[in-house]
Design a protein around this ligand. Structure first.
Ligand SMILES: C=C(OP(=O)(O)O)C(=O)O
Ligand SMILES: [Mg+2]
Length: 400
């Protein structure tokens, strides 16, 4: 019943206005699934390769579509093996991880459609738990996502005490609004960055004060615990030639960066720190994890790129205690699940994540519920972000 009869691929807009790949999968019993690839700006060096959308579509039409016709969409591993075989490289550089992930997600949705089950249930199975992820919401940002703003890429509200998904989602939106108030009171004008976070022209030190103040105000209002965290995207700050982290006119050696982050964790009781160190520095990740990993999540994004081999190396070295999961970093849902399972078996928390360039696709909301992820990082405001947040609210409300 879930046998694939046709796949259509097209170029659609992402949230930055760039072309991305959308895939439609149809099955013989009329099942339909649609998936669209997101796109990163601060991409990790070891990610699967995104090709220009038109090149990726042409290559996938030639090599992948003929192999996939006749494969059962309900057999996700078979779909994803066919994608890998069609590509023939380790990093999807032949057909592009953008076409691969769009097709992989569309096939899963087509299978769920045939089964008459929501996607999270198809992916997670009947005995999936009742847990829902805590949304990490980007409220202030800079780095590669906004010019003339903070060096740290993301300041993320973390409503760890929220009694429900819905209250958590609204708390993050309230922190986003409170940040605007605090900036206004300080006379700071702010545009928005790629993910809808405020991108004020202030120092990182000032941004900590602003976010801390905004979180306190909303915490008082809602009456449950809200903390905050960071995505430092430190591979973008690290200069190989200087062997140091560059913050405008200032630089920090690796040892100074470890001390700086450990102090920030202490001072602001940070719940979460993603990519605090360069993507090639497992040792410094391990040192920081040793120092503060008992009281915060040290998360590898560019470090692990949703890749089981890189995660295995991290586990062996004690680098980080959590992993960011982005399906397009690795190219298929099967590879994504493998990374989640390896993380879970080794006590690493998982955070399912959007990209800075997004579409209305809601797959990651289902993925987070299906895999029992502790967190989902998918912005705070903006249509392509609220698409996932609202879907999460619907899933929790049993309304998908
Ligand atoms: C979402 C992120 O940004 P990008 O998609 O630009 O890699 C990130 O770094 O976690
Ligand atoms: Mg990141």
């Amino acid at each position: 019943m879930t046998r694939i009869t046709s796949i259509s691929l097209r170029r659609v807009l992402d949230s930055r206005g760039n072309p991305t790949v959308e895939a439609d999968v149809l099955t013989e019993s009329g099942g339909f699934g649609r998936g669209a690839a997101p796109s990163g700006a601060s991409t990790g060096e070891y990610e699967a390769i995104e090709l220009p959308a038109n090149e990726s579509i042409a290559a996938a039409r030639e090599h992948a579509v003929p192999r996939l016709e006749g494969v059962y969409a309900g057999d996700q591993r078979a779909v994803d093996s066919a994608l890998r075989a069609a590509d023939g490289t380790d990093d999807f550089s032949a057909i592009g991880a953008n076409s691969a992930v769009a097709i992989s997600m569309a096939a899963a949705k087509a299978a769920a459609d045939v089964l008459g089950a929501p996607l999270y249930q198809h992916l997670g199975g009947a005995f999936r738990g009742e847990n829902f992820p805590i949304p990490l919401g980007n409220v202030v940002g800079g780095g590669e996502h906004a010019k003339e703003a903070t060096h740290i890429q993301e300041f993320l509200a973390a409503p760890v005490g929220a009694p429900s998904v819905s209250e958590a989602v609204f708390a993050n939106a309230a922190v986003h609004a409170a940040v605007a108030d605090v900036l206004d009171e300080r006379g700071v004008p702010a545009a928005k960055g790629d993910e809808g976070a405020w991108a004020p022209p202030i120092s990182d030190a000032d941004a900590f004060e602003v976010v801390d103040e905004a979180v306190d105000r909303v915490e008082d209002d809602v009456g449950f615990e809200i903390r905050f965290g960071l995505d430092m995207a430190a591979a973008e700050l690290y200069d190989d030639d200087e062997g140091a982290y560059v913050y405008g006119d200032e630089t920090k050696s690796t040892g100074e960066q470890v001390d700086y982050v450990a102090d920030l964790v202490e001072e602001y009781d940070l719940a979460y720190v993603e990519d605090p160190l360069d993507e090639n520095d497992y040792e410094a990740f391990a040192e920081l994890t040793d120092r503060v990993g008992d009281r915060t999540l040290i998360c590898g994004d560019d470090l692990f790129v949703t890749n089981v081999e890189r995660l295995q190396e991290g586990i062996e070295k004690g680098a980080a205690n959590s992993i960011l999961i982005k399906p397009n970093q690795i190219g298929t849902l099967s590879d994504t699940f493998d990374a989640v399972e390896l993380a879970a078996r080794n006590g690493y928390e998982t955070i399912i994540s959007h990209r800075s360039g997004e579409t209305e696709d809601t797959t990651i909301a289902h993925l987070a519920v299906a895999t029992d992820a502790g967190f989902i990082k998918t912005g705070t405001v903006g249509g392509e972000r609220t698409a996932k947040l609202n879907e999460l609210v619907r899933i929790a409300d049993d309304a998908v």
